[in-house]
Design a protein around this ligand. Structure first.
Ligand code: MN
Ligand code: MN
Length: 283
């Protein structure tokens, strides 16, 4: 929403410069045999910081964490991320096996409660990835990183294993057919439902904003035009939706911004945002 635009518009080119450098160095690294070509923190936040999260430890419910594999805004009160943002390109898809080692995130500030694997045991909810395990298979270290509990939310099995998983699969299909994606996952609409004796809150909706850029585009917000495909979904985190198509949950980014108060794609020019955020994907 407009609340965050003045803050972010002060540095419109930071993401462009960083991501271009990453791409160039990544390409060189790839050609010399490194599979970690694009696992750099700067690449994960190219489209913007939807909630204006910061690295101040006093910003307890909007705390920015930038990892090589994804960036997130942590909410200490919910013990979940407000959003998780990452780039997904062909270099991210390799042969590393699913690690499955859910672990406490030691990158959290000292003194903050660190969610454990067992907090979700018998909770009735899946350990739902925001940045999926299967989006980070270039190296075992990349895959392991997706099992940090700061990347996880309590997600119903029908959502996680139904339309949510189908959309994750579709994203990798888009990459394999010649696209680079920028993805922001946004669990939202928290009520009073909790697990782990009140320590972890359950979002009522699972949402996602996906920017689809043809391979060869600069990996920057300035590559987004009024004709760029944007997929935005908002799925209830409930039982009974397993057989539903992810396509039935598409909304506009404007709608999601209204629901969440966040400004997605804030590094994209406001004139382009106004066009692409009003549209509902229909491909
Ligand atoms: Mn999942
Ligand atoms: Mn926006």
């Amino acid at each position: 929403m407009s609340l965050f635009r003045p803050f972010l518009s002060r540095r419109p080119f930071a993401g462009l410069v960083a991501s271009t450098a990453t791409f160039v160095f990544g390409f060189i690294a790839l050609s010399t045999g490194s599979a970690r070509a694009q696992s750099t923190p700067s690449l994960q936040l190219v489209m913007g910081n939807p909630s204006g999260a910061t690295t101040s430890v006093s910003n307890t419910n909007n705390y920015l964490m930038q990892k090589p594999q994804y960036s997130l805004a942590y909410n200490k009160s919910h013990a979940t991320p407000n959003w998780v943002s990452w780039h997904l390109g062909p270099q991210d898809l390799g042969s590393a096996p699913r690690n499955d080692a859910f672990h406490t995130d030691t990158d959290l500030p000292s003194g903050w409660y660190r969610v454990t694997n067992s907090d979700y045991t018998n909770s009735g909810y899946d350990r739902g990835h925001n940045c999926p395990s299967a989006d980070r298979t270039a190296t075992s270290a990349d895959n392991y990183a997706t099992f940090a509990m700061t990347n996880i939310v309590p997600q119903t099995a029908d959502n996680n294993q139904g339309p949510w998983a189908a959309l994750e699969d579709y994203c990798r299909t888009l990459v394999n057919s010649g696209n680079d994606l920028f993805i922001i996952s946004c669990p939202n609409h928290y009520g009073t439902t909790t697990i782990a004796a009140g320590k972890v809150y359950v979002p009522s909706y699972m949402s996602k904003v996906i920017v689809v850029l043809p391979a060869g585009s600069s990996l920057s917000a300035s590559a987004v035009t009024t004709s760029t495909r944007i997929i935005c979904v908002d799925m209830p985190n409930t039982a009974g939706i397993r057989a539903n198509s992810w396509k039935s949950y598409r909304i506009s980014v404007d709608q999601l911004e209204g629901y969440t108060g966040y400004d997605f794609l804030s590094n994209v020019s406001t004139s382009v945002q106004s066009v692409i955020e009003a549209r509902v994907d229909n491909l």
